[in-house]
Structure formats: C-alpha cells, structure tokens
Design a protein around this ligand. Structure first.
Ligand SMILES: NC(=O)c1ccc[n+]([C@@H]2O[C@H](COP(=O)([O-])OP(=O)(O)OC[C@H]3O[C@@H](n4cnc5c(N)ncnc54)[C@H](O)[C@@H]3O)[C@@H](O)[C@H]2O)c1
Length: 341
C-alpha cells in the first residue's frame, strides 16, 4: 500500500482528493494548517492528519511517503494581492522546499498542482499549450510559475516531478468555494435568480470539474515515470474552454428556475484560451464533466442543504476575517485566555 503526503489537504480540492485516494487503497498523510477547519476530512483508518504550516515543513512528515501532491496555496488572485509576501512564501518557496526535502529523503514522485492562470492574457484567436510563453499577471500566477521553475529541475531518474496546470475548478466539495466562476454563478442563480458576470463576458477561461482534476492527480501517481517525468500538463478539456458570456448562458439554461445575468466590475484583463490535447494524447485522459453538469450538481446540493454560503466559502473574506479576529483576540487575551483564566 502506497502512502501519499497531500499538502493543503483540507482545502476545496484536497477534501475531494483525500477520500478518493483512500478509496483507491492509498494511505494518506493530510497536512494543512486547516484554515477552513478539519471537519471536511472524515476519519479513516488509513488517514493521518498533520496540522502544520508548510513554511515549517519537518522531515519526519516524509517517513514512509512514496509521493507528494503539493496542493498548498493562498489560492486565488485577490488573496494573493492582499497577502503578497505570504503568497510567494507559501505557493512558491514552501513548495520548492517540500519538493527538495522529498527528493532528499527518497520520495519517488512529486506532483505540483499549478494553474492555467499563468497564461494570463492571450489574444482571443490564439490557443496556448504547454510549450507557449507564459504571461502571469498576478502575484498568485507569478508564484505558481516560480514554483514550476523551482521544482522541475529537481527531477531525475529516481525522482519524478510532474506539473498540472489546472483550469479554473468547479463542482461540489465539502470545503465549498463560491469564489470560483461556475460555483459563484450557480450560487447567485440559486439565491437571487441572478448570475453575476464580470465584464465584458468575452474573456476566455478554461474550466475543469473537481472530480476530473482529482482523477488526474490519481492518474499521475500511477502513470509511467518515463511518460510523465519533467512534464507539464494543462488539465481541462477543449469543450470546457469558455468565454464567460456563453458560459453564463449555458448555466442559465441548465438550471430549473428563471435566471437573469447581472454584469459587474470593469473589464477583466485575464483571458486565456488553452489547448488540452497533450493530456489526451499522452495519458489518454478526457474530462467527464461539463459546466452544465457541475452547475446542476451545485444547485441540487444547495437545494438539499448539503452546502450553503457562509463566510468560509469565499476564500478572501475568510482570510480577512481570520486576520481581523487575530488582531482583536491578541489585544484582549491575557494569560493565554479571554474570560476563564
Ligand atoms: N480551485 C481552483 O480553481 C484552482 C485552479 C488552479 C489551480 N489551483 C491550485 O490547486 C491548489 C488547491 O486549491 P484549492 O482550490 O483547494 O484551494 P483552498 O484554498 O481551498 O485550499 C488550500 C489549502 O491550503 C491550506 N494552507 C494555506 N496555507 C498554508 C500553509 N502555509 N501551510 C499549511 N496549509 C496551508 C489552507 O488551509 C487550505 O486548506 C492550490 O495550489 C491552487 O493554487 C486551484
């Protein structure tokens, strides 16, 4: 039985990936600071939770580990701008350090879940692939690019390194995120009958379901090293390459109630149309989910009460809340306590 160390394991993708790995017979060490709580990972005999910060990674966590999936991150553009230094430290420096420790301690494989956002802006008629120049426009995207550049040279015949450039993810997760495009649009439709749409709707954005991207993570643990070592894969599908306007229309027609579109923001400067042929060609993998499937899934989960919107489901809002309360508590706390001493 193989053991996988998953960082950022309590997050949106991690809390879908970890049970999937356990179902497939892996042992999992789930390392996270658990900013969003530990409750999203259910107890399992083959699951060990490690509560720590990846900026303080310890060698003992790698004992018996065969592979690392390094999900940890401050995980979106606005949070990256607000917590710029921490974003570089966590998303770039800590991940390169984790890969270096893994290699030194004889771990066989390291998977870096990066992002298609490192393509930044691409002219509408151009489709970028893994060979294209990158153009990261935000701290979050730059940190991902630096992480890629830091981990790939560590690869050798004993240490397989593979990078996934994930499209924007959607779909149900126990640690739900409504700050992701399809999830947020579906929430707006459910709650107010309105899909919020960032101007001007012509921007291209590839999408991938959280079940599909976690399937790829599992695939990359088992794939022949000769095929995947040192490789970068865009993870998504050509049919889920959307302009946000038509995407909103598709979601609108997939949902059971009457929904309108409401524009917001100034023109989005991020637009990238991405090619996903390589992953199909080399790994014979294709996404199973469409945006409409994902929107219906989230809508039903909202209707059944399986998920709801609260401050933890908007990543930036939650990080702001945590830092606000940290300041307040530090001011009021005495002798390590608030009211009971
Ligand atoms: N969700 C997407 O659309 C998407 C798209 C492309 C790439 N990615 C990448 O996939 C990865 C996972 O994304 P997600 O959507 O699950 O994000 P998330 O914010 O839900 O999860 C990140 C997890 O990392 C943890 N964390 C943050 N800083 C930490 C630290 N210093 N030490 C330990 N734990 C820490 C958080 O507690 C959280 O549980 C990230 O690297 C993200 O950049 C996500």
């Amino acid at each position: 039985m193989k053991t996988v160390l998953v960082t950022g394991a309590g997050g949106y993708i991690g809390s879908v990936l970890v049970p999937k790995l356990l179902d497939r017979g892996y042992k999992v060490k789930a390392l996270d600071r658990y900013f969003f709580g530990e409750r999203h990972l259910k107890e399992h005999r083959n699951l060990v939770l490690i509560k720590d910060d990846t900026r303080r990674m310890k060698e003992e966590y790698f004992a018996g580990v065969d592979a690392v999936i390094d999900l940890v991150a401050i995980s979106n553009d606005p949070s990256g701008e607000l917590f710029e230094e921490a974003t570089y430290q966590i998303n770039h420096i800590s991940r390169v350090n984790t890969a270096a420790i893994a290699k030194r301690l004889g771990v066989e494989r390291y998977v870096l879940p990066s992002s298609c956002s490192i393509y930044g802006f691409v002219e509408p008629n151009t489709i970028v692939d893994e060979e294209s120049a990158t153009n990261p426009l935000t701290t979050y995207a730059r940190a991902n690019e630096r992480a890629e550049l830091g981990v790939l040279p560590l690869a050798d015949d004993q240490f397989t390194v593979v990078v996934m450039r994930q499209a924007t993810v959607y779909g149900y997760s126990p640690r739900m995120r409504f700050d992701l495009a399809i999830n947020g649009m579906t929430l707006g439709a459910y709650r107010n009958g309105v899909i919020p749409l960032m101007r001007d709707g012509s921007q291209w954005r590839p999408m991938v379901h959280v079940q599909d991207t976690t399937d790829v993570m599992c695939l990359l643990l088992e794939a022949d090293s000769a095929v995947v070592n040192r490789q970068i894969f865009n993870v998504g599908s050509n049919r889920n390459n959307y302009q946000l306007g038509p995407l909103a229309e598709e979601i609108l027609s997939a949902l059971p109630k009457r929904v309108e579109i409401a524009w917001y923001g100034s023109s989005d400067h991020r637009s990238y149309r991405v090619g996903f042929d390589k992953i199909t060609r080399m790994l014979n993998w294709e996404a199973r989910w469409t945006a409409a499937d994902g929107a219906r899934e989230i809508y039903n989960a909202l209707e059944n009460g399986e998920i709801s919107e609260f401050d933890q489901t908007i990543t930036l809002d939650w990080y702001k809340e945590l830092t606000k309360w940290h300041r307040i508590i530090k001011n009021v706390e005495m002798y390590g306590a608030i009211i009971d001493l």
